[in-house]
Design a protein around this ligand. Sequence first.
Ligand SMILES: N[C@@H](CCC(=O)N[C@@H](CS)C(=O)NCC(=O)O)C(=O)O
Length: 225
Amino acid sequence: MLFQFRYSGSAEKVRRALRQKGVPWNTTEVEWFNREPVERLTNQKLVPVFVHGSTVLGPNSWSIARYVEDHFPGPSLFPNDSTAQCFVVNEYCEKTLYTLGCRAFMPYAALLFGYDDRIEADVKRITGTSREHLDRTLGNTCDDWLKQFEYLDDHFRNRQFYLGKELSFADHAIYSWYWFSVNNPEFRDLIEPKVPPHARAWIDRMKAWYYTDIFAGYCESAKCQ
Ligand SMILES: N[C@@H](CCC(=O)N[C@@H](CS)C(=O)NCC(=O)O)C(=O)O
C-alpha cells in the first residue's frame, strides 16, 4: 500500500519503481489538509509512505526504492552495480530539482488541493516565498530548469537512459520532478517548447513507458500490472 499525494514527485518516483519491478500496489490518497491516515501510521505528515506486511517505510522515496529492490524480483532499479550512482543522482534530484519543482508547481497547488487560507503558509514553508511571487517569477523558474537540461541534453545525445542502455532509478528520480513541474499547465506551456531535443526525446520515452495523469484519476494497481 502506497500512501501518497497523487501529484507528488516523490510518490511518482515510487510508483515508477514499483512499475519497473512489476509489483502491483494499491494507493491511499492523502488529502493535503487532512493527513490523518499517514499521521496515524507514522506520526508525521509527509508522503510517500509504503506499507508491505508489517513493514512501514518512508517518508523517503530512496529507502522505499531500496526496500522494493531487495524484496521483489523483476528488473533491477540499480542495474550494473549502479546503486551509488543512482543515490547521488537522487540526492541531486531531492535538492535541486525538488526545489525547482516546488517553485513551478506550488503556484498551481490551491487549484488542486482546494482553496484554503492555510495554503499561503504551506507555500511559504515549502518554497520560502509567496504564491504571488512564484507566479510572477515563473519565467525565471523555467530558465533555471532549462539550465539543468543544458548538460542533460548532451548526456542524452548518445544514451537512451541516464546510465546508457538500461532504465534505472536515476531516470525515475530526474523525470518525476519534471513531471511534477509540468503538472502546472501554465509552467508546461512555458517550458515544453524550449526543452532541448535529446532531453525531449528522453522525456518522451519516460512518458511513453509510464504516465500518471493527475487530472484523469491516478494510477491504480490494475493499470500497472
Ligand atoms: N523528500 C522525500 C519525501 C518527503 C517529502 O518531502 N515529501 C513531500 C512530497 S513531495 C511532502 O509530503 N510534502 C508535503 C509538505 O511539505 O507539507 C523523498 O526523498 O522522497
